[in-house]
Unconditional design. Structure first.
Length: 761
């Protein structure tokens, strides 16, 4: 039995990686120094795994931005608009694909399965792929020569890569497989020639709901690839769910299969027990939760390993995390600020490696070999379980009483629309923004000073008020119709609420990559969640006091708070969602009572929380919608509830979006190059809706014409009476000048559209 890892956080203990990327982009770090710095980070990450005694260390999982983008770059799949001239794309082209450039809009970015990690969507189009650089080989050589590590190269599997790409029709799938097969073959042959014994090929798509023809394609791919390089062994890795069609997957002609035994709902284990496991293959046992942050219940993991051991001999077992550790923070050791009971119950990437090594040791020599560690881990989990915060009486009562809580608005949508229009008298095509304005270095450093105690509360509050005032003035000057306060007091839309609600803890350095250099510090829900006092009322009311225009109150919804936090594992997620929903309802009511007439409850993570298996969708959506409605249903007819979603594959969940019953919804659109708009040809939607008219993830400023054409496209399928004009998402990552210039263009484009679409008397 051996221990293995599947991928390691890139960002470094202190987010060195993020800082290096941003310095390079800002022109503060030269290209050569940038490469040097990234190499140092890469080697430190490998060393962390080596020092903890991991037997199988992945190489090639490191990236300059995103591993899917790397795969596209490796095959020369660079869309024409980037003026690419062959070879492995240089940094300018590479980062233009990721972030856009003056001339070219960025590639689309979307969620990596059901995580908060985002990848860059490859665009296949007319391009003929070719191997521009064997990245896994380079990574292998470097780890070997620099650290003496015989690493295991990691590749995004061909089928997953294609399924995550765009720019081809269903009929073109098979020809694209044919085009990529020789290139994957070449990568493998070169690795084989180098003497690389094994590669890890990630095919997480195999854990989603598959059709029979998917399996036919996958079988064809792996039959061919094992022949291309017969001297190299392929470990086919799946994660995030049980594999669909277990028997077909484990009989693929590869040398090893990696399965997730944490997020599989027990189905992988059932399948192994029922059907056995091929005698000629290695089983990668995803035993340690690669997405959660709790210490493992080591004894139950050993039991699981034992059950698997009945079907698979020990020499063919690899003990590994359920998925790449990319999704958890680097080290819990530095979290000295946390309450000891909680800290002792945590395991981040480094601690997970230690757990893997322990379990492997026990697997090799029996549980006795780790008796004292087993006891410690048991004690720390139990101590947390006994903490009074786990079972607050008042919260328990509210949940028990859930059935009697209102979960629908009293007035019908038409009645509400009327009442709201009377109250606000908004023009045709009202303009607004999604909530946040730029989080400048000045704001971040002010917050840091306040946190360190260098600034008093009142000093910091006064500073935040200045920012709010500044941006209320900007919004008036721009002529927007519905204002926001700007979210300057928030570090992050989820972490902020986590800090204010009971039952949450927040770390000092528990960062996880979200996209590119952007990281999040998910709060930890360790106890029952409860509202303590108003969280957003003061800032919102202050903003409203400065203007006649409506200011939207701005809250993060229950499902997004749930999905973007690390959640306790002793209660169903559904129940935790209701606890959050009821706490947010208290905030919604406080805002309404303070005179705020529009309240936006953001649910960008609603779609991402969708289970990977279709058959589980309706259950999830039912409780997710119920949680949203629990938070928003008690307001008066004339109070307008908004919601916002980004990266929304709208057609997947249109019924649930309708069922949320928000008066106005805003959805990201532009980075998918308007594809979302097309779905309204098939689906009707009759409430207020804003489809983002420009991409906020890129520093590029859209022109009036570009925005105008987005509006035109949307109004081909939606009515001007229901349409709102807004950017795709919040503007926190943008600079002041970009923001003002883009919004100015947005308002100009709206004025033109108003003339064009006004109902002529
Ligand atoms: N949780 C979450 N998930 C999300 C989103 C989101 O907004 N939140 N949006 C979507 C896209 N993802 C995003 C994820 C992160 C960021 C983002 O801007 N992250 C910031 C960090 C935000 C933050 O928590 N900032 C803190 C701490 C910032 C910090 O690094 N402080 C410095 C010091 C600051 C200075 O002096 O400059 C330090 O501690 O060293 C604050 O403002 O207080 C970043 O990586 O830079 C944006 C979008 C989807 N998923
Ligand atoms: C990721 S969705 C962001 C919504 C939030 N209100 C903002 O503007 O930042
Ligand atoms: Zn958004």
């Amino acid at each position: 039995m051996r221990s293995g890892n599947l991928g390691y956080p890139r960002i470094g203990k202190d987010r060195e990686w993020k800082k290096a990327l941003e310095s390079y982009w800002a022109g503060k770090l030269g290209e050569q120094d940038f490469h040097t710095e990234l190499k140092a980070i890469r080697l430190r990450n490998l060393k962390a795994q080596q020092e903890r005694g991991i037997d199988v260390i992945p190489v090639g999982d490191f990236t300059y931005y995103d591993h899917v983008l790397d795969t596209a770059a490796m095959f020369g799949l660079v869309p024409e608009r980037f003026h690419y001239e062959g070879g492995y794309p240089n940094l300018t082209v590479y980062y233009a694909m990721a972030r856009g450039s003056r001339e070219a809009t960025a590639c689309e970015m979307t969620k990596w399965f059901n995580t908060n990690y985002h990848y860059i969507v490859p665009e296949l189009g007319e391009i003929e792929p070719k191997l521009t650089r064997n990245r896994p080989l380079d990574a292998f050589r470097e780890a070997k020569s620099e650290l003496g590590i015989e690493g295991r190269p990691v590749l995004v599997g061909l089928y997953t890569f294609l399924k995550l790409s765009k720019g081809y029709t269903p009929e073109q799938l098979a020809p694209w497989i044919d085009r990529l097969l020789p290139l994957y073959g070449q990568v493998l042959r070169e690795l084989e020639a180098e003497g690389v014994p094994w590669v890890q090929i990630d095919e997480p798509i195999l854990a989603t709901t598959l059709a029979a023809e998917d399996l036919t394609h996958v079988a064809r791919i792996y039959e061919r690839l094992t022949k291309e390089a017969p001297g190299i062994k392929l470990q086919l890795q799946t994660y995030f769910e049980a594999v669909d069609h277990y028997e077909a997957v484990v009989s693929l002609p590869v040398h090893g299969i990696g399965l997730d035994f944490v997020h599989d709902g027990g189905r992988n284990l059932q399948a192994v027990s029922k059907h056995g496991f091929p005698e000629d293959k290695v089983l990668g046992v995803g035993l340690i939760d690669g997405r959660g942050i709790w210490k493992a219940e080591l004894q139950s993991k050993l039991d699981l390993l034992q059950t698997i051991g009945e079907a698979v001999s020990a020499d063919r077992i690899l003990v590994q995390p359920s998925n790449s550790l990319l999704h958890v923070p680097v080290s819990a050791a530095q979290e000295s600020g946390l309450e000891p009971t909680l800290r002792e119950a945590l395991a981040f990437a480094e601690e997970k490696l230690e757990e893997l090594v322990l379990l492997t040791k026990a697997g090799q020599s029996g549980a006795g070999a780790i008796a004292s560690e087993l006891a410690v881990s048991k004690r720390s989990r139990e101590a947390l379980q006994q903490s009074p915060s786990r079972a607050r009486k008042h919260v328990g009562q509210r949940i028990a009483d859930l059935a009697s809580q209102p979960s629908s608005r009293s007035g019908h949508a038409d009645v509400r629309r009327e009442a709201q229009q009377q109250r606000w008298n908004l023009p045709l095509l009202p303009t607004t923004t999604i909530g946040s304005f730029p989080q400048t270095p000045e704001i971040r450093s002010a917050r840091l000073k306040w946190r360190k105690g260098e600034w008093s509360d009142s000093q910091y509050e006064a500073f935040i008020k200045e920012q709010i005032k500044l941006w209320i003035d900007v919004q008036s000057e721009l002529g927007l119709d519905v204002f926001v306060h700007g979210e300057f007091e928030r570090n992050d839309m989820v972490e902020f609420f986590g800090e204010k609600l009971d039952g949450f803890a927040f770390t000092a350095n528990g960062w996880v990559q979200s996209y590119g250099s952007r990281c999040v510090k998910p709060p930890i829900i360790y106890g029952d969640v409860e509202f303590t006092s108003p969280m957003t009322v003061a800032e919102t009311v202050y903003a409203q006091s400065l203007t006649e225009a409506p200011v939207k109150g701005m809250l993060t919804g229950p499902i997004t708070i749930l999905n973007w936090s690390f959640v306790r594992d002793d209660k169903p997620r559904e129940e935790v969602a209701y606890q959050i929903a009821l706490s947010l309802r208290d905030e919604v009511e406080a805002l309404e009572a303070a005179g705020i007439g529009m309240i936006q409850v953001d649910e960008p993570a609603m779609r991402e929380g969708l289970p990977l298996k279709r058959e589980q969708w309706s259950h999830y959506l039912d409780w997710a919608v119920r949680a949203f409605r629990l938070s928003t249903s008690t307001v008066k007819d004339e109070t307008q509830i908004h919601t916002h979603m980004c990266y929304c594959e709208f057609h997947d969940i249109i019924d649930s979006i309708r069922a949320m019953d928000a008066d106005v919804i805003s959805i990201e659109t532009s980075r998918s190059h308007g594809e979302l708009i097309g779905s309204f040809e098939e689906h009707t939607y009759d409430k207020g809706i804003g489809l983002g008219v420009y991409d906020i993830h890129s520093p590029r400023v859209s022109t009036v014409e570009e925005i105008g054409s987005m509006i035109d496209r949307a109004l081909r399928v939606l009515s001007p009476e229901q349409f709102w004009i807004n950017p795709d998402c919040g503007l926190k990552t943008r600079k002041y000048e970009e923001t003002v210039a883009s919004l100015r263009n947005m308002v100009l484009a709206t004025e033109q559209a108003r003339e064009k679409y006004a109902v002529k008397p």
